[in-house]
Each structure stands twice: as C-alpha cells, then as structure tokens.
Design a protein. Structure first.
Ligand code: ADP
Ligand code: MG
Length: 217
C-alpha cells in the first residue's frame, strides 16, 4: 500500500523528514507517535499525496465549513462522488437516500441530535466527531488521521478510535496520547527529529523506549 524508501521532505532549508523508509501493507492499522515537531503531520501528508484517490484524511484542525450544518459537512465527504444535481438537491434539503446513509454515522459518533446544527455552534469535540464522520462517510479504503481524537474525552476516545479502525481497511493515525495509541493499535511507528526511531508491535514498546523517544535533545 505504501512503500517509502529514504523519503525526505524539506520546508525551504529546513529538513523535516530525513530519509524515511517505511512499508505499510494493505489492511494494516498503525499509529505514528513522537515528540511535537518530529514530522508526524508531514509524514501523513506525504502518505496522502501518494494515494490521494484512495484516502480519506481527518485534518488536525477539522477543516469543516462552519456556516453549514453537521449533516452537510459529512455529506461533503462524497461531494465528488455524486452528480451536481444530486449535490444541489441535498444542499437545499437532505434527501431520503442520503439521510439513510448519514444518520447511522451520526448515531455511531454520538451526534444524532446535532445532525442539523450549524458547525459553528458545536464544541471542539463535537466538531472533531463531525470531521471523523465525514471521513467515514467517504468510504475510502484508507483513512489517514492527524490526531483525530485529540479533543474527545479520554473515556470516549477509545470508542471513536475503534469506529475509525473499523471504517477502512488500512488506517494510519498520528496521536499524541501514547497510552491510548498503544492500546488501540497493533503497530507503532515512533518518529524523532524526522527519522523513524522505532517501528514495533505495540506490545513490544516499553517504558524505556518511550522515554528515549520523547527525551529532550
Ligand atoms: P509533528 O506533527 O510531529 O508535530 P510536523 O510535521 O507538523 O511535526 O512538523 C515538523 C517540523 O516541520 C516542525 O519543525 C515544523 O515547525 C516544521 N513545519 C511544518 N510545517 C511547515 C511549513 N508549512 N513550513 C515550514 N516548516 C514547517
Ligand atoms: Mg502534527
């Protein structure tokens, strides 16, 4: 699915990814961890570039249209897969067929009663759920997510992660909550200063390794 070989990315003179080699097979569920600035978001964007047509991307800042309803923001996940007339009809008034597809997603993300609320009136956590719902609705074979549960209560984040994992064949997320990441994902990729510092089954990631990954340079 992804086969990176010594991939480097720079912003101007600043090298951010420094020779990343990484293979991710179809069907894998993997999480990227590492200190802030290590290059997690840059790596996810690189993966997205490589397989854009097959990917749904959950943005760290949600990337929602604040003036539209939660329903319409989820609907946007498949805008390019419907005809213009279908899109216009649904923009004016959500049609039965789309409601029958989108309502269960709102139920799954725990937002059914907010389906027609304007996004600008939702809390950060609720907006993040809508961003997750939009990615699920896209029905892509790959979901990439940049800290997609960062604004969700810790005791609800696990459930939402489970939903994301079951909504696409291949799932790759960046996360800052290490314990949650280890509990939810079988494979852990640790980035440090633009390099792959570790790439292990989560049960093999010990406290010492984590301390090393996150140590101050
Ligand atoms: P992470 O997601 O692990 O926090 P990022 O991939 O966002 O890391 O960033 C890695 C490094 O690249 C940081 O030092 C950051 O400041 C820098 N960086 C990220 N985006 C840009 C950009 N658009 N222009 C310049 N530097 C950037
Ligand atoms: Mg980031």
């Amino acid at each position: 699915m992804f086969d990176l070989q010594r991939v480097s990315v720079a912003y101007g003179a600043a090298r951010v990814l420094k020779g990343i080699s990484l293979r991710i097979r179809e069907g894998e569920k993997a999480v990227i961890i590492g200190p802030s600035g290590a290059g997690k978001s840059t790596l996810l964007k690189k993966l997205y570039e490589l397989r854009q047509a097959q990917c749904a991307f959950i943005h760290q800042d949600y990337a929602l249209v604040a003036q539209l309803s939660a329903f319409h923001n989820v609907y946007i996940g498949r805008l390019d897969q419907h005809s213009t007339i279908h899109n216009l009809l649904n923009l004016l008034k959500p049609q039965k067929a789309e409601l029958s597809h989108i309502t269960p997603i709102f139920r799954a993300i725990g937002m059914e009663e907010k389906m027609f609320a304007r996004v600008s009136t939702l809390s950060g956590g609720q907006q993040q759920r809508v961003a997750v719902g939009r990615a699920i609705y896209r029905r892509s074979s790959i979901i990439l997510g940049d800290e997609p549960v960062s604004a969700i209560d810790p005791h609800q984040a696990g459930g939402l992660l489970g939903l994301v994992k079951s909504s696409a064949d291949t799932v790759i997320l960046a996360m800052h909550d290490v314990q949650l990441a280890l509990a939810a994902f079988p494979r852990v990729i640790g980035l440090r200063e633009g390099r792959v510092f570790l790439d292990l089954p989560s049960e093999e990631v010990g406290e010492d390794t984590l301390a090393d990954l996150y140590r101050r340079s």
